[in-house]
Design a binder for this molecule. Sequence first.
Ligand code: FMN
Length: 435
Amino acid sequence: MRRRCDQALCLNSNNHLPCGHITGRRLDEDRSSGFARRIGYNPVQVLKYFTAGESHGEALVAYLSGVPAGLEVSLEFVNRELWRRQQGYGRGGRMKLERDQAQVLSGVRHGKTIASPIALLLQNRDWENWRERLPVEHGDPALHKRVASPRPGHADLAGALKYNFPEARYVLERASARETAARVAIGALAKLLLRELGIEVLSHVVAVGKARVNAEIPWEDIQASCARQEVLLNCADPQLEGEMKAEVERVLRTGDSVGGVFEVVAHNVPPGLGSYAQWDERLDAQLAAALMSLQAVKAVEIGAGVTAAYCPGSEVHDEIAYQGSAGFTRFSRSHNNAGGIEGGVSNGQEIRVRGYLKPISTLRRPLASVDFETREPVKAAYERSDVCVVPAAGVAGEAMVALTLARLALEKFGGDSMSETCRNFNGYLEQLREY
Ligand SMILES: Cc1cc2nc3c(=O)[nH]c(=O)nc-3n(C[C@H](O)[C@H](O)[C@H](O)COP(=O)(O)O)c2cc1C
């Protein structure tokens, strides 16, 4: 049976579900995914992504499946995002060593996506120095570079115990945040898709150590900060950025490390992404998981989430008015303490989500550890390391937020081609305007 979707102006003739705009699937798939959804497991994801690769291996690979056909792909944009991830005061020697560049292996032809899975390759320029130490074949064991004592704060000990490795080299190789470069590459494609819907995603740094921004930074200032050709700490307030730099200088002097907070802002997101219908469909839950999956992120805050916990409701909740001025709708808000999400659904305000980073775990003045072989107390192993990565983590955070929003947008608007996605999206905007 072919049934037309209830959604105003939706032209999906093959959409059998009464809502959701999911296109291009067979009826039995829709039924089984509907059942799976009810039991809290959704195996049919609209946008799928994986990464592979080790820190000192030959290359990183990123895979992104489910992008509609006809999305214009700018490799220049992807490479600029990769460059942004490598910037920031307090990065280690590796950032000077290599400039990441993405190579498209599949899924893009004549500058546009063709709806087949996209595979991207990022060469590790350091591989030449590691080819013999980390060979794919057995190689010469004498050349192996052990991580002899696990570093507190890293996956070294937990990973060695879990996988039954005698030391932590293989653990470090995959647990390392080098992997975020692959996420940034596919995140850039998600950003390009969102741009077609008028949505932009950027980040800025709100704290490094004890130096912190206390006011809400306007979108235009974040844009200006991200457009800079020289990145210090990607803080939109120059005076505070100076204080942040001093925090980094202090730990550089003392052989210590520092953490901080970045904020990702998604601008121009329409109301209606995510759902309160099931626990795992909530937008805030999905964004929290996406950001928490980044190395060193230990807490996530949506809007004024943390301070709101200490304030009365009258000071927190964003009062509603009906103004007549045109946004997505004519409803407006006094402020945006909710960070653009209420009840697990985007509400049409800017989405503001923060990632809290613990200080970098590798210290030039190493902490106490134990030798894997002798079990004697020793200092933790040291590998070349960053001392502050908050701006870079923000760029990786942008990628995770963009991938999450792109997936939810495709779940809501469907489309096998970008023209179909945009047509469905515009129909929904029309519905919002008429509300
Ligand atoms: C962009 C980025 C770069 C990082 N670079 C380093 C680094 O150079 N040295 C280091 O010790 N940790 C670095 N980290 C943090 C570690 O990868 C992370 O703390 C470690 O893998 C343990 O994982 P967990 O903190 O999530 O538990 C970085 C994190 C990010 C997001």
